[in-house]
Design a protein around this ligand. Sequence first.
Ligand code: HSE
Length: 403
Amino acid sequence: MINVAILGFGTVGSGVAEVLTTNGALIDQRVGDKIRLKYIVDIRDFPDSPYRDLFEKDFSVVEADPEVDVVVETIGGCKIALEFTTRALKAGKSVVTSNKELVATHGYELLQLAKEHGCNYLFEASVGGGIPVLRPMSNCLASNQIEEVTGILNGTTNYILTRMIQAGLSFDQALKEAQANGYAEQDPTADVDGHDACRKTCILAALAFGQQIYPEQVPTQGIRNVTLEDVAYADSCGYKIKLLGRCMQTQEGKVCAFTAPHLVEGKNPLAGVEDVFNAIAIHGNAVGDVMFYGPGAGKLPTASAVVADIIDLAKDPNRDRRNAWGPGAADLVVSPDGLTSRWYVRAQMSMERARAAFQDLQPLARSGAPVGEVAFLTGAMTEPELRQRLQDVKTGSVLRVLA
Ligand code: HSE
């Protein structure tokens, strides 16, 4: 018998209980043992829940119970979640989580702690919701040197951008819909301002390149400034605007990682990733390009990945998953300023002035554009070079074009 305790009965935690219940017989058959949900720790009361007999307010009870093998942390954030994860691992209990903020911020120390105490810290659900990506990247692509990872990593913003593109909804209307569907973080600024995608980029980069990458090392821009005008200009030349998390290894062995909205050409499979779906494109030096695609947020998709980690542990509890990475370093991550790409610019300037500054620009048009507004795609250049050419021009939008 494998005993499980869930910490936090929110969207994901309740989804984990539901999947363990609905698919219980199937899961037990696959594991060859019984997985029992023994506790749900939450400070709130759930008198009408079918799991009401399992609720416990005091984590110490779980911590001290030698029967508990696996703790599922679906609290989120880095406060209580860090404390309880640390205590669980110190008590020799493996921890499974969907908490990308905690993994991105404290992954190295928690993985070390798990190792010291002969248990595991697993977090497949922390990136891409229900998409199997971390374990496939670590295991199935283990023969490769990973050179670059590019992902649509946030379901909420992808949903918002899709609804803006397809239904002409305002940003606020689309955000409300995403929240109603249970995709958004408790504080949706983490989605909208790119922090959630940044954390997932850090986790992918750590697994791909073997060292902790901290969110504060990764320049991050969200979608708050993307307008329906930008969406229309992008559409006019066959591009979609997507919030991308990107990381790549430089020739000097450093890591370049950043999160920003990009123009993605229609023929790139990432352009067709819509609604709450996420996709992660990985370039390995042997395999070439592979892409993982699926639902990036939501109760049951995320629970699907959490429960898969529980099953993995239940089949072979003490095996070291070797999913750890090395410590971070202040000089490990370099700025994307050195990266060359084409750019989309929407600005207040004359086309003559734009042409003088950018000889090989591609002008863009949209209906209803006000006098004085221009939009264009530039040739390939770095961001500092772009800024220098724009100098004091008032820009409405400057977005990188994915090569
Ligand atoms: N708020 C996150 C998203 C949830 O929208 O992608 C899944 O990590």
